[in-house]
Design a protein around this ligand. Structure first.
Ligand code: DGY
Length: 320
């Protein structure tokens, strides 16, 4: 008898075909809507594995409802939507999708940095509204990226890959992470700073760290006040790392110059969210890993993890 797997979203055909070759599959067949909680609790009752997204909150209640559950395979590198400790304590393996999305997410992070620095979205909107006006010396001026100082908070795989992008623009690279990585300093030619000094010295502060209780609102009023008035804050990790009310105040009061946000505390971000009313905030709908190739690679890796674990083998990319 094939193992049973529940898939929480409509997937591309090539992934559905692969899953069907190995498992008895049931799916929530919608592309843009997460599976309702009640439905998830019902569907999980008799399955061995779940193929889930960051939109599903896989907490103790879900894990307990899944009496036969052996593996929770998340289609994301971040796994703050899963209570990993609760899963592991129940003998359930949790997997994520590292590596396959590193370059794509680093590209997007750098694109967002450049867009925020040079006001790409704001000025394109002005053009479309017919408000361009005559060319003038200081019209639409932004911040230089080349030779500026970038401060990367969180030096994981994506952080390291952003370093390479930044060095291509002759940027001076500072980093902060909970554990200092001296060997990376020599290897990559980057400089460690404690959090406060990094915030004071960087022209661009880029958040690339995982979200958990200790990184919740890591960037709040105090931290924003330390930043330069000309600084740009970029967040492509998780919305909860930034106190959005404090960020709004800092931007309105011109304590910092601009922000580029790919992530929000609540997603989809409500269209009447105060941050969306500001012209110096560049916003994107959580598209860090969204290239065709990368999203397919992520889905294949989720599938491989399910196959491995449900075949009684070690997961390829487990999280603990
Ligand atoms: C991740 O992988 O954690 C991203 O945020 C989702 O693409």
């Amino acid at each position: 008898m094939p193992s049973k797997v529940y898939v929480t979203r409509k997937l591309p055909e090539e992934i559905e075909t692969r899953l069907a070759e190995h498992f008895e599959v049931r799916s929530w067949d919608h592309e843009d809507q997460p599976v309702p909680r009640e439905k998830l609790l019902e569907e999980i009752k008799d399955v061995d594995g779940i193929f889930c997204m960051i939109t599903e909150n896989i907490d103790a209640e879900v894990l307990d409802a899944g009496k036969d559950l052996k593996v929770v395979a998340n289609m994301a590198v971040g796994h703050n939507n899963i209570d990993v400790e609760a899963a592991n304590s129940r003998g359930i393996t949790v997997t994520n999708t590292p590596d396959v999305l590193t370059e794509t997410t680093a590209d997007l992070t750098f694109a967002l940095l450049m867009a925020a620095a040079r006001r790409l979205v704001e000025t394109s909107d002005i053009l479309h509204r017919g408000e361009w006006g005559a060319w003038s010396p200081m019209q639409f001026t932004g911040q230089d990226v080349s030779r500026a100082t970038i401060g990367i908070i969180g030096l994981g795989r994506i952080g390291e890959t952003v370093v390479k992008r930044a060095q291509g623009f002759d940027m001076n690279v500072l980093y902060y992470s909970r554990t200092r990585k001296r060997e990376k300093e020599t290897e990559l030619g980057i400089t460690y700073r404690d959090l406060e000094t990094l915030l004071q010295d960087a022209d661009f502060v880029v958040l690339l760290l995982p979200y958990h209780s200790e990184s919740h609102h890591l960037i709040g009023q105090r931290e924003l006040a330390l930043m330069k008035r000309s600084a740009v804050l970029i967040n492509s990790s998780r919305g909860g790392i930034v106190d959005e009310d404090a960020l709004y105040e800092a931007l309105v009061n011109e304590e910092i110059w601009a922000a580029g946000l790919d992530v929000f505390e609540q997603e989809p971000v409500p269209v009447d969210h105060p941050l969306l009313t500001l012209s110096n905030v560049t916003t994107l709908p959580h598209i860090g890993s969204a290239s065709v190739e990368t999203r397919l690679a992520m889905a294949h890796l989720v599938t491989d993890n399910l196959i491995h674990v449900l075949d009684g083998k070690e997961a390829l990319t487990p999280v603990y």
